[in-house]
Write a protein that binds this ligand. Sequence first.
Ligand code: DAK
Length: 262
Amino acid sequence: MAYKNIIFKVDGDVAVIKFNRPKALNAINPDVIAETNSALDKIMDDSSIRVLILTGEGEKAFIAGADISHMVNLSAIQAREFSRNGQDVLFRLENLPIPVIACVNGFALGGGSEFAMACDFIYASENAKFGQPEINLGVIPGFGGTQRLSRLVGEAMAKELCMTGVIIDAREAKEIGLVNKVFPHDDLWEATMKTAKIMASKGRVSLKAIKDCVERGLDVDLLDGCYMESDNFGLCMSSPDGKEGMTAFLEKRNPDFKGELG
Ligand code: DAK
């Protein structure tokens, strides 16, 4: 597929999806979703890719939301389809077997904040702004915002943000736990890539195991979550990277993780 609405690049072991509709502040339409799905297919087929970064083209926006000019004329059936397709791509991101970082370089509103929340964590520039302004349009978040936001920042804060549609800056987003770290705008990309490279150097099986345990663990009680951790611990112990990590420690050298599954 030729990409017009995203830029897809692979830099060694790190893949980058850059939303590329800067004139519309990277608003999401069905083409953005289709192209993102295609890029995710490629990532799934390439085991040399260890980390994915999502970011936005231009100085102003990560994604300023779903494309309002597309949404305005949708019938109920089409709106449900648009919402489902958006939700599906976000579930794919969440279930991707590699870490995904949202590198939020500007507005992350509505569907934009929802895309960022489906990533494993968010790094933001000092210019970044977050919010769920759908209430101002007479609708509600449609790409999982009411669900993921409350899991990240708690029920009361999620209700306040969704019910007021207020836009918050990066510092406040960090204070409430939506964002992991905030950087000066010009340092954001380098800082994100540095963290991506650190994770890319780790074992593939253990990265996936951590992602699974943390995400699925939130949906079960502590005992079941800990059992899930034991199963994954066993899996990592028996993986080539698990053997390599411990052998390297005992041999007093750096591990050379190959990412093989067994
Ligand atoms: N959609 C379409 N175009 C957008 C856009 C958006 N979300 N956001 C910005 N643009 C366009 C503007 O129309 C403008 O286009 P031109 O007039 O130049 O052609 C261009 O981007 C630059 O925007 P501004 O001139 O407005 O720039 P400012 O710096 O003055 O303001 C802003 C930036 C981000 C504060 C402002 O653009 C803004 O308020 N944008 C809308 C933000 C917003 O409301 N986002 C939430 C969208 S709703 C569902 C599925 C999904 C969803 C809901 C339901 N189902 C199917 C059930 C998700 C909903 C949303 O995400």
